[in-house]
Write a protein that binds this ligand. Sequence first.
Ligand SMILES: *[C@@H]1O[C@H](CO)[C@@H](O)[C@H](O)[C@H]1NC(C)=O
Ligand SMILES: *[C@@H]1O[C@H](CO)[C@@H](O)[C@H](O)[C@H]1NC(C)=O
Ligand SMILES: *[C@@H]1O[C@H](CO)[C@@H](O)[C@H](O)[C@H]1NC(C)=O
Ligand SMILES: *[C@@H]1O[C@H](CO)[C@@H](O)[C@H](O)[C@H]1NC(C)=O
Ligand SMILES: *[C@@H]1O[C@H](CO)[C@@H](O)[C@H](O)[C@H]1NC(C)=O
Ligand SMILES: *[C@@H]1O[C@H](CO)[C@@H](O)[C@H](O)[C@H]1NC(C)=O
Ligand SMILES: *[C@@H]1O[C@H](CO)[C@@H](O)[C@H](O)[C@H]1NC(C)=O
Ligand SMILES: *[C@@H]1O[C@H](CO)[C@@H](O)[C@H](O)[C@H]1NC(C)=O
Ligand SMILES: *[C@@H]1O[C@H](CO)[C@@H](O)[C@H](O)[C@H]1NC(C)=O
Length: 755
Amino acid sequence: MTMPSEFHSQPLSTILLLLVLLSTASHMILEAVASEQDEQQPITLPGCPDKCGNISIPYPFGMKPGCFREGFQVTCNDSFYPHRAYLAYDGVFQRINEIYFRAQKGLCQRNRVWNRTREDTALELIDISVAKGEARAYAAISSRCSANHTDSLSKSLRMRLGEKMSPFVVSVTRNVLIGVGWRVQPKMNSYLWSALASDAVSAHGYSSNELTISCLSYLMRMPQFLKFATNGSCSGRGCCRAALPEAVALTRFALWISFDEPNTLFVTNPCSYAMVVESTWYNFTTPDMYGYEEIPKKFPRGVPLVIDFSIRNGSCPEKGQHPPPDYACVSGNSSCSNATSGLGYVCKCWDHYDGNPYIANGCQDIDECKLRDLYPCSSDGICKNTLGGYACPCKSGMKGDGVKGTCTHIFPQAARTILGATSGIFLVAVLSFLIFLRKEKRKMKEFYEKNGGRTLEKAKFIKLFEKEKLKSILKSSNFIGKGGFGEVYKGLLDNEQVAVKKPITGSVLENEQFANEVIIQSQIIHKNIVRLVGCCLEVDAPILVYEFLCNGSLDDILHDSRKVPLNLGVRLSIAAESADGLVYMHSKTSTKILHGDVKPANILLDDKFVPKISDFGISRLIARDIQHTGSIIGDMSYMDPIYLQTGLLTEKSDVYSFGVVILELISRKKATHSDGGSLVNNFLEAYKKEKKATPLFDEEIAVTEDLEILDSLACIAVECLNLDVDQRPWMTDVAERLIILDRSRKSQFTLHVPV
Ligand SMILES: *[C@@H]1O[C@H](CO)[C@@H](O)[C@H](O)[C@H]1NC(C)=O
Ligand SMILES: *[C@@H]1O[C@H](CO)[C@@H](O)[C@H](O)[C@H]1NC(C)=O
Ligand SMILES: *[C@@H]1O[C@H](CO)[C@@H](O)[C@H](O)[C@H]1NC(C)=O
Ligand SMILES: *[C@@H]1O[C@H](CO)[C@@H](O)[C@H](O)[C@H]1NC(C)=O
Ligand SMILES: *[C@@H]1O[C@H](CO)[C@@H](O)[C@H](O)[C@H]1NC(C)=O
Ligand SMILES: *[C@@H]1O[C@H](CO)[C@@H](O)[C@H](O)[C@H]1NC(C)=O
Ligand SMILES: *[C@@H]1O[C@H](CO)[C@@H](O)[C@H](O)[C@H]1NC(C)=O
Ligand SMILES: *[C@@H]1O[C@H](CO)[C@@H](O)[C@H](O)[C@H]1NC(C)=O
Ligand SMILES: *[C@@H]1O[C@H](CO)[C@@H](O)[C@H](O)[C@H]1NC(C)=O
């Protein structure tokens, strides 16, 4: 009985084997043809070289005459191995300016010793991608290094990708500004061309403007602070980053590190760096903060800068229109789209096509079945490539979608299984939702306890709000601002106007400490200190509720473009009363409270312009804890240099900051550092020279009969700014003198007040 079947199976299996072999062979041949096609798929015009070293140079880029589109020439330097490719378009280069500074004895100033401009260098290409419409090139790193106490060398970078019709612009989405160092504020000045619709627009529809962006990294070089700098995190401690300005075309920028610190920091602060670099490229590691020229040494050719390119002259043809004679998207299977980063257009292969859209027959169908990672097709499906796509139907006996991986057998019991599974899933979903709700509740309770809820329950003055109650306030229509602490919202709680401060989450607080601070704050009732109404502890980082002050901050009032008139009387009483608030805090016997970030933005004004100091204690406790951005650590322009050096916050640090506030009040100028030096420096210089600072007084108040009072104010400020801490007055002295000035001025003008 077995004979016939064996007899039959013999030839059958042979045939099968043959068939299998044949199909495999044909498959191999096909694959060989395909891979040969892949290799031969041209990326340049016929007869043009397509590589410089190991870098592919696809058209419109090219090296030989006739091989590139205008603007896209690349030069290949064969004195290196592998050869190096450079952008050759006129006006594309980078330049390094070096300035050597030496400190003047006894002063906080530096003198230039020499300037040197390094030769302009061409941009070296790292790679080119026509699919993404971008190239990457090496950009130099800006740095500032100090050799010793007195000498330091600054290297700043000027990058140019040509003028406004250049094919190249800096990608604002793919690059970021990065600063690395103990105390560094890198600045990037961008020259933007934007296609703004205005009369001043030039012939090409562009208008130009300049914009400076910066970030701040700050870390004290003391053991207890070092833990804040963490590998891989660039959040203001040792490393900071900022997004580039949104712009239509960024063709030029300057990159430097501002010089505004006392010399004493030089020794502990050997080098700082700034770079504009591909956003995913730089990984901060703590060793980068030590050593001399550490990062440039690691990357001697520079760091990758992403450059967008596009065809500037011309635009995509309208539907049904003939393309212009020099139209660049010549391949079939390709399309044209407006450049996102400037005038002009870029060419793209259609979806599911790949290659170079800038050359004839450049875009070819992708065989998706070979790229299962990118184009999924489950193992229960049969992958079939089609022109402009692929299909992945399920194997026979199954139904569903192989692309989504949902192939299933078509059997009755399978159907039951599916039903079972579905209801199972439903049950699981319901259950997990319930568990989620419980967890949420438990979490709220945990937060409550972590944030010191138990301790706070005993406090008399503080209201503890439930999360639900604040929810209606924390919405975007109530948003009034953002500070170092977090976001601030305005709202109505128990018929009282309040400002609700929601910290940036991610804070890990020491609960008891927080609770204690809240208790202390809630007990402070002083007319010049913003009152803490309550808080909400049921969230990760506690939300604080303060009284609301309708006139905003002193910073807004002083520097708002509307320039509300502010007479000397108002300014004097703002100064005197804020000082009084500070004195009250400094002199609390049980627990002296320091502010640490006194500045006009933290002095709020009520409807009668009575100042109230905000952001004491707790906010700072939280702000210090959130290792978030540089802006949180406090504003450098107001910070006591001695505090910056020693890290020790004292009452005298607040006195220094208050001195800066007085300067702002009498000059109505921002203390923020600008290139030409800070308000404080200008002021101290003027004062040193002439014992007067009259030219810096705000014109609105610098009337002859008030000059004497202004001089007295200036004198108080100068004393507050003394770098010798012991020579600085105490806050009580400052307040006392201000109150006397305030009274004497009032008596001058109000006759019925006894002199
Ligand atoms: C070219 O070669 C260098 C080293 O020889 C390598 O670092 C680089 O990644 C290569 N570039 C490309 C595009 O393959
Ligand atoms: C190639 O680079 C070397 C070294 O930087 C330089 O001296 C030479 O002039 C370059 N050659 C060309 C053709 O640019
Ligand atoms: C350096 O350049 C600046 C202007 O850029 C100039 O004022 C200064 O005199 C120069 N210093 C030296 C030493 O050449
Ligand atoms: C600082 O270093 C420079 C050279 O790096 C040297 O010329 C100068 O004398 C040094 N200054 C001091 C005070 O050591
Ligand atoms: C930074 O890390 C990412 C992934 O963690 C890696 O791809 C990248 O190459 C790293 N960059 C540098 C400069 O080491
Ligand atoms: C960060 O990584 C470097 C090695 O890349 C290591 O030497 C250093 O100790 C690390 N720093 C921290 C704070 O873990
Ligand atoms: C683009 O520029 C080339 C060369 O400058 C010029 O010949 C051509 O007419 C321009 N095309 C358009 C559409 O402006
Ligand atoms: C592309 O740009 C041209 C002119 O620059 C404009 O007329 C056209 O509307 C733009 N197309 C799209 C889709 O934005
Ligand atoms: C479009 O793609 C198909 C499939 O790869 C190819 O055969 C055809 O030549 C392409 N058409 C053009 C005009 O490039």
